[in-house]
Design a protein around this ligand. Structure first.
Ligand code: BG6
Length: 483
C-alpha cells in the first residue's frame, strides 16, 4: 500500500540532493518525522534502487550531521528510485507510486524548472486525487531577471496554481531569520524606536570565506547580486522593515513583505554608483593559505566580469523609513564568515555634561554567522573615579539556549509537507525583488567589477555608498567587535 505522503525528488542524483536534502531528511527520519513518508528519487541515470541507495549512503557519510551508520542504513532502505527524462511519458511511469498527498521537489538546474513543472502537469500530477494534495517545491533562482521570472511563472501556471507552488529561499528556514520576526514584534521595547526617528542605518551583511568552489558553471552566469541579494538578503531586508502583522497568517506576512519591496525607491541607472558596487576577488591570503583569483578558479572564464561581491544602498519611501539607508552586501572569499543584520540607532542629542566619551551610537545586531545570537551595544559607566562612558554589549546567545532547532532545509521540508506556505516566496515577492535589482543587472552587463584581495573586506569602492558619518562594519571583526 502507498504511504500517505510521497516526496518525489527530481534531480535525485544531483548535488543539492546529496548535500542538503538527504541529510535533512535523514535527520527528520531520526526524529521519527518521516514515518508515513515514501521518498522517491527520480533522475536520468539508469540506476537500480540499490545503486541509488548506496549513492545516498555515501552522501550521508560525507554531509549528514550526527551520522550514525545503523540509523542511516534504516533510512536508506526506505528510499525508492525511478529513472527517466523530464517528459510527460517518462514521468507518467511513477503514477502508481504516488501517495494521496505528494510533494514534487525540483532539485534541478534552474533552466529545467519550467520543463519539469510542465512534464509533471501534463502527466496529470498537478491534479490531486480526492481528499489528497499535490505540491511543487521550486529551488532558487526563480528566473534570472524579471522577464525570465515571468516566463517561468507562465510555464508553471499552465498546470499548477500559485497555492501549489512553494518557492524555496532557505534563509526563511533559518532560525535567525525567524527570530527576526519574533524579536521585532514580541518586544515592546523595540517597536516604538523601530523607525527613521531613532534608526540611523541598517547594514545587512552576508560574508563568506569560501570561494566559488565546484559551482562555477552556475555562479559565473549568476554572480553575487542574483545569487544572494535578490533573494536571501532581500528577504532579511523585508522582514526587518515590514509593518507589524495584525494576525499570524502566511498571506498577510507575504503581503507585508511585498509592501516593503514595492516602497523601495527605484534605483536610477544614471546614478548607479551611489546605489550599487560590484567586486571580484583576485588572489589573496587567508592566514597562511594562498587563495587563487576568481578568474583562475576551475570552470571560470579567464576574462570573467562576474561579480563575487555586491552591495546595494536602498531607501524605503514610506513614513516609517523616510531617509534611512539600508545597506545590503554579500561576497565570497571575504575575511570571515560574518553574517548579520546590524541596526544602528541615532546618537543621543548631546553628551551628559561632564561625561567623557558618550557619543558612541547603540547597535542592535542579529548575528547569523559564525553563531546565532543577538547583541545590544550600549554605553555604560566605566568603573572608576571619572564619569566616563564605555561600550558594553548585552548578548543573547541563541544556540546555547539549549535549542539549536532544525536546520533550514529540515524546517522547510516539514512546512512543505504540511502545506504551510508562510516561509516560502509568493510570486509577487520574487517579482518585486527583480524590479529592484533589474536596473543594476542591466548596467552591469557592461564594464568590469572592482577588484578586492581574497581574504579581505571587499572592494574599497563600497565606501562610496555610505552617507556622511557612517562606516561599514568590519567583516574581519565579525566575531564580536563592533564597527
Ligand atoms: C546559496 C548560495 O543560496 O546560499 C550560495 O547559492 C551561498 O552561494 C549560500 O553560499 C549561503 O547559505 P548558507 O546557508 O550556506 O550560509
Amino acid at each position: 500500500m502507498a504511504a500517505a505522503r510521497t516526496l518525489v525528488i527530481l534531480g535525485a542524483t544531483g548535488d543539492l540532493t546529496q548535500r542538503l536534502l538527504m541529510p535533512a531528511l535523514y535527520r527528520l527520519h531520526r526524529q521519527g518525522l518521516t514515518r508515513d513518508l515514501r521518498i522517491l528519487g527520480y533522475a536520468m541515470e539508469p540506476w537500480s534502487r540499490a545503486r541509488f541507495q548506496s549513492h545516498i549512503d555515501k552522501a550521508l557519510r560525507a554531509f549528514a550531521e550526527g551520522f550514525d551508520a545503523r540509523a542511516a542504513a534504516g533510512f536508506v532502505k526506505q528510499l525508492d528510485y525511478a529513472s527517466g527524462q523530464l517528459t510527460p511519458q517518462d514521468v507518467s511511469a511513477i503514477a502508481a507510486r504516488l501517495g494521496p498527498g505528494t510533494l514534487f521537489y525540483l532539485a534541478l538546474p534552474p533552466p529545467l524548472f519550467g520543463t519539469a513543472a510542465q512534464a509533471l502537469g501534463a502527466a496529470g500530477f498537478a491534479q490531486p486525487p480526492r481528499g489528497g494534495w499535490r505540491r511543487l517545491v521550486v529551488e532558487k533562482p526563480f528566473g534570472t531577471d524579471l522577464h525570465s521570472a515571468e516566463v517561468l511563472r507562465t510555464q508553471m501556471h499552465q498546470h499548477w496554481d500559485e497555492a501549489q507552488v512553494l518557492r524555496i529561499d532557505h534563509f526563511l528556514g533559518k532560525e535567525a531569520t525567524q527570530n527576526l520576526m519574533v524579536m521585532r514584534f514580541a518586544n515592546r521595547l523595540l517597536e516604538p524606536v523601530w523607525n527613521a526617528q531613532h534608526i540611523a542605518q541598517v547594514q545587512i551583511t552576508y560574508a563568506e570565506t569560501l570561494g566559488v568552489e565546484h559551482r562555477a558553471a552556475y555562479y559565473d552566469k549568476a554572480g553575487a547580486l542574483r545569487d544572494m541579494l535578490q533573494n536571501h538578503l532581500m528577504q532579511l531586508f523585508s522582514l526587518a522593515a515590514m509593518e507589524p502583522l495584525s494576525t499570524w497568517d502566511g498571506e498577510v506576512l507575504r503581503d507585508h513583505k511585498v509592501e516593503v519591496l514595492r516602497a523601495v525607491k527605484p534605483i536610477d541607472h544614471r546614478n548607479l554608483d551611489a546605489h550599487a558596487v560590484r567586486g571580484q576577488y583576485r588572489a589573496g591570503r587567508q592566514g597562511r593559505k594562498t587563495l587563487p583569483a576568481y578568474r583562475r578558479e576551475p570552470g571560470v572564464a579567464r576574462g570573467s566580469n562576474t561579480e563575487t561581491f555586491a552591495a546595494l544602498r536602498l531607501e524605503i519611501d514610506n513614513w516609517r523609513w523616510q531617509g534611512v539607508p539600508f545597506y545590503l552586501r554579500s561576497g565570497k572569499r571575504l575575511a570571515a564568515e560574518t553574517s548579520e543584520i546590524a541596526v544602528q540607532f541615532r546618537r543621543v542629542p548631546g553628551p551628559l555634561p561632564g561625561l567623557v566619551r558618550a557619543d558612541e551610537p547603540n547597535w542592535l545586531v542579529l548575528r547569523i554567522k559564525p553563531e546565532q545570537r543577538m547583541d545590544l551595544q550600549l554605553t555604560a559607566k566605566r568603573p572608576g573615579l571619572q564619569l566616563e562612558g564605555h561600550g558594553v554589549t548585552l548578548t543573547a546567545p541563541y544556540e546555547s539556549a539549549g535549542n539549536s532547532g532544525f536546520s533550514a532545509y529540515e524546517q522547510l521540508l516539514i512546512d512543505a509537507l504540511a502545506g504551510e506556505r508562510a516561509h516560502f516566496l509568493r510570486f509577487d515577492e520574487v517579482e518585486w525583488a527583480w524590479r529592484i535589482v533589474d536596473p543594476v543587472l542591466r548596467a552591469w552587463r557592461h564594464g568590469s567589477p572592482d577588484f578586492y584581495s581574497a581574504g579581505g573586506e571587499g572592494p574599497a569602492t563600497q565606501a562610496r555608498l555610505l552617507d556622511a558619518g557612517l562606516r561599514w562594519r568590519s567583516i574581519a571583526a565579525g566575531s564580536g567587535a563592533d564597527a
